[in-house]
Design a protein around this ligand. Structure first.
Ligand code: RFL
Ligand code: PHB
Length: 394
């Protein structure tokens, strides 16, 4: 089989890239290790930057996010028993974020893909990448007991942190930067009305971090910070709701509507960046190249901005016969990636309790929170990063 762009991974990066290329008439095939239902079953991000929403419209799949996404003008920071609104809309000259789940966005992209008749191979086994240092890369995979080969112009590695794409690059060609945090997030999804439907609440209490978010006006998503070695089995629904309430102020705590969890999982927190993001005719995008801790809601949005840069560069290659975009892809993308990595690290450091930071470190954190909510300068910095830095950085 022959295609122009072979895309590894049908997560949000791979599906969005495929859709934007399809719109520009560029042939592509997606290879995904899991089934479609498995991909949709992963409960992850929930807050979209305006740039991500705009990209969904550009890809022709903006109808549902426009109808069902809930626009947020502010966030709330809760500490020392008080909630402080940060007016991100006012501080950024009118920018907003939209509460809309990664699952829903993925479903919208999958539905559009299926209607177009372009090929997505689900449950593709043993995907391997070849000859991307030359002009004619190849991708091999197994499906239903048969081996297949795709010859292509480019490979897009959109296969997440544990994927095969980054692992196929010769050691020594890639530099990896990593920071592991000494805690994880226990997340619960429940079909109950969210306690704060118009603003995500980020809480720092002496019992640890907590977060109140949502997927719709009828579905809530909450998280609490837990030790790295904790297990989901230790957390009955009752224990989770009790712990969440104890981390919030009394007024918010008594308004929480509890109910049976429909998903419950623990995610470790990690910062990771691989450089560069291009190796000959292999381009990495999304979690395949970088991971951020979820505190700033940047992971999915960063995947979307990588795809924006990559799709534009590939379209320029085919339509204008210019490789200027492809040649600077890694450099331009990493500039934005590192800024999001910095922001996510900063907000994580500010909002969590660190097991080894007592005394001085704790007091500095309290001083910074107090400074932040009273300083227009620092609040503006938080707001402009939260809504997403522009694609073209100056
Ligand atoms: P994904 O979503 O991981 O998709 C990669 C796809 O590639 C497939 N794959 C392979 N396919 C073929 N061959 C192979 N060898 C393959 N290896 C892997 C996988 O099955 C998968 O379908 O990466 P993508 O598309 O770059 O999207 C990135 C986002 O998913 C990610 O940044 C966010 O979800 C991160 N993230 C969160 N971000 C937020 O902004 N807010 C959150 O609340 C939030 N929560 C999370 C998260 C990530 C989590 N992970 C990765 C553990 C919670 C969790 C649990
Ligand atoms: C979520 O809704 O899952 C969510 C929201 C904001 C974050 C992280 C996760 O910073």
């Amino acid at each position: 089989m022959r295609t122009q762009v072979a895309i590894i991974g049908a997560g949000p990066s791979g599906l969005l890239l495929a859709q934007l290329l399809h719109k520009a008439g560029i042939d592509n095939v997606i290879l995904e290790r899991q089934s479609g239902d498995y991909v949709l079953g992963r409960i992850r991000a929930g807050i979209l930057e305006q740039g991500t929403v705009d990209l969904l419209h550009e890809a022709g799949v903006g109808r549902h996010v426009a109808a069902d996404g809930i626009v947020h003008h502010r966030i709330e920071l809760a500490f020392a028993g008080v909630r402080h609104p940060i007016d991100v809309h006012g501080l950024t000259g009118g920018k907003v974020v939209t509460a809309y789940g990664q699952t829903e966005m993925t479903r919208d992209l999958m539905t559009a893909r299926a209607a177009e008749g372009r090929l997505t191979v689900y449950q593709a086994g043993n995907v391997s990448l070849h000859d991307f240092d030359g002009n004619q890369p190849r991708v091999r995979y197994d499906k239903d007991g048969q081996s297949h080969e795709i010859v292509c112009d480019f490979i897009a590695g959109c296969d997440g942190f544990h994927g095969v794409s980054r692992a196929s690059v010769p050691q020594g060609a890639v530099t990896e930067y990593e920071k592991i945090y000494p805690f994880g997030w226990l997340g619960v999804l429940a079909d109950t009305p969210p306690v704060s439907p118009h603003a995500v609440v980020y809480g720092n209490s002496e019992r640890g971090f907590s977060l109140c978010s949502m997927r719709s006006l009828a579905r809530s998503r909450y998280y609490v910070q837990v030790p790295l070695d904790d297990k989901v089995e230790n957390w009955s629904d009752q224990r989770f709701w009790d712990e969440l309430r104890r981390r919030l102020d009394a007024e918010l705590a008594q308004r929480i509507v509890t109910g049976p969890s429909i998903e419950k999982s623990i995610a470790p927190l990690r910062s990771f960046v691989a450089e560069p993001m291009r190796f000959g005719r292999l381009f990495l995008a999304g979690d395949a190249a970088h991971i951020v801790p979820p505190t700033g809601a940047k992971g999915l949005n960063l995947a979307a901005s990588d795809v924006k840069y990559l799709s534009t560069s590939l379209i320029e290659h085919y339509q204008d016969h210019s490789d200027a975009g492809l040649d600077t892809y890694s450099q331009r993308t990493l500039r934005r990636v590192w800024k999001a990595a910095r922001f996510s690290w900063w907000l994580t450091s500010l909002m969590h309790r660190f097991p080894d930071t007592a005394g001085f470190g704790q007091r500095v954190q309290e001083a910074e929170l107090d400074y932040l909510v009273h300083s227009n300068a620092l609040s503006t910095s938080l707001a402009e990063n939260y809504v997403g830095l522009p694609f073209e950085l100056h």
